[in-house]
Design a protein around this ligand. Structure first.
Ligand code: HEM
Length: 428
């Protein structure tokens, strides 16, 4: 049972939706008026929403056997049996096969490749160009993930796969299908088919090469999985592994653009130090304010009791990373971008900072994603000046939370480059 939503809360939520043009507005209103446990009061969509360290710990760790990851969503249609959305032993098997390629000990090996793609994309910029860091970041993240996991240089294929990938992301983003689950979506058929053909092509090519590589794709092939199941893991990793990093890169630039003093301090520090602590803090604070994955989506296998109420079996549950990260009782001045809050180590309770989820189903790419962000951002900040064009930015809830309508910045190549030292991959 949940507390009934008052008419006043309903009106405030509607006002927030109109003002912020994002469902984050009403979610914040519900959190403020009702608390850390509520049910979205729509007749056609009534998920429960919980947030805060105690609930996060329950859902992610102590009572995780009461929840299922598999739901009935477009994400399930498209990812089929991808590791993100299967449960039990099937999940554990796929995860175990994929973990070695993303183990922290392998990360240093990816450094030259990550820097090379960052260079390749940024070398296309001409002095004075205004570039959208959401688009440029996506190019970089996509090239990196395809090479890291499938040893595939997709540079020449980008024009061909770009739109199908964006369509796949749009397919799983919140949309009108929430109102009408089985609505026909004919415009997606062709691009999704094209993307499948592309991935099946990579698998076929590799099968002919007979053990030529030691990457994630090879581990899946060597385990004897079918082409269909390998395609499911590839699509899952391709989307989960680049759309999140894309959002993170773009939000970092949005935050730096809106906080010129922090931006300048960061450039100075990245120039001066081999490993900039401020860069880590900027990344962490950006992930706090704008977690690319802002909710975790579950289906209850059994009733689960929270301090504030019970979510019955069969219901949909969201644990909200965004609301946890914006809770004023945990985070002082939560709406302020303040990287220094991460300077003195952890001050907030466990499970109050969960940009990568937690427990056994925490993000498989967390170490990779953070190392990648440090490398890409320090490379770019050392070589270019970025001037924000000052346009309005709002969080858009797609498959990830991304800055809309992008982050347009004027780029100029810097004349003095301070980068003579290897970039340190490891955090703290
Ligand atoms: C900044 C970058 C990233 C962020 C913020 C992020 C965030 C997350 C979060 C919050 C979850 C847990 C969701 C839940 O509890 O429902 C998750 C899971 C996952 N992430 Fe990431 N992620 C990032 C990068 C990556 C990368 C680089 C990869 C792949 C190389 C990846 C692959 C996955 C997969 C496969 C899962 C599901 C794990 C499982 O269920 O066992 N992510 N990610």
């Amino acid at each position: 049972m949940t507390k009934p939503i008052s008419a006043e809360t309903g009106r405030a939520a509607l006002r927030a939706l109109i003002q912020e043009r994002s469902p984050l507005g009403p979610l914040k209103v519900m959190a403020r008026h009702v608390g850390r446990f509520f049910q979205i009061p729509l007749s056609f969509f009534r998920p429960y929403v919980v947030f805060g360290p105690e609930s996060n710990r329950k859902v992610l760790v102590t009572e995780r056997n009461k929840v299922l990851w598999r739901n009935t969503d477009p994400v399930t249609d498209i990812l089929n049996r991808g590791v993100l959305i299967v449960d039990g032993e099937e999940h554990d098997r796929y995860r175990e096969l994929m973990e070695p390629a993303l183990h922290p000990s392998t990360l240093a090996g990816y450094t030259p490749m990550i820097l090379a793609y960052t260079e390749r994309v940024s070398s296309q910029w001409k002095d004075g160009d205004v570039v959208d860091m959401l688009v440029e970041g996506r190019k970089i993240a996509l090239l990196i993930i395809m090479d890291a996991l499938f040893s595939k240089d997709v540079w020449d294929d980008l024009p061909h796969i770009w739109k199908p990938i964006l369509k796949a992301i749009e397919y799983i983003s919140p949309g009108a299908w929430i109102l009408w689950r089985k609505m026909p979506r004919p415009s997606f058929r062709k691009p999704l088919k094209m993307l499948d053909a592309y991935l099946f092509g990579i698998i076929e090519e590799r099968r002919k090469q007979k053990g030529a590589r030691n990457d994630l794709l090879q581990h899946l092939i060597d385990a004897g999985l079918s082409d269909q199941i390998i395609r499911d893991q590839m699509l899952t990793m391709m989307i989960a592994g680049h759309d999140t990093s894309t959002a993170l890169f773009a939000w970092v630039f949005a935050m730096l653009g809106q906080h010129p003093q922090i931006h300048q301090k960061l450039v100075n520090e990245v120039d001066a130090l081999e490993k900039s602590p401020l860069l880590d803090h900027v990344i962490k604070e950006t992930l706090r304010m704008y977690p690319p994955i802002h909710i975790g989506n579950r289906r209850m296998a059994q009733d689960m009791e929270f301090a504030e109420g019970t979510v019955p079996a069969g219901e949909r549950l969201f644990y909200s990373i965004y609301l946890t990260h914006h809770d004023e009782s945990i985070w002082e001045d939560a709406e302020r971008f303040c990287p220094e809050r991460f300077a003195q180590g952890r001050k907030t309770p466990p499970f109050s900072y969960v940009p990568f989820g937690g427990g056994p189903r925490a993000c498989i790419g967390a170490a990779f994603g953070q190392a990648e962000a440090r490398l890409v951002l320090s490379y770019l900040l050392k070589r270019y000046t970025f001037e924000f064009t000052g346009h309005a930015i709002r969080p858009y809830m797609g498959a990830t939370l991304e800055p809309s309508p992008g982050v347009r910045m004027k780029v100029t190549r810097r004349t003095v480059i301070s980068d003579h030292s290897p970039i340190n991959l490891h955090n703290e």
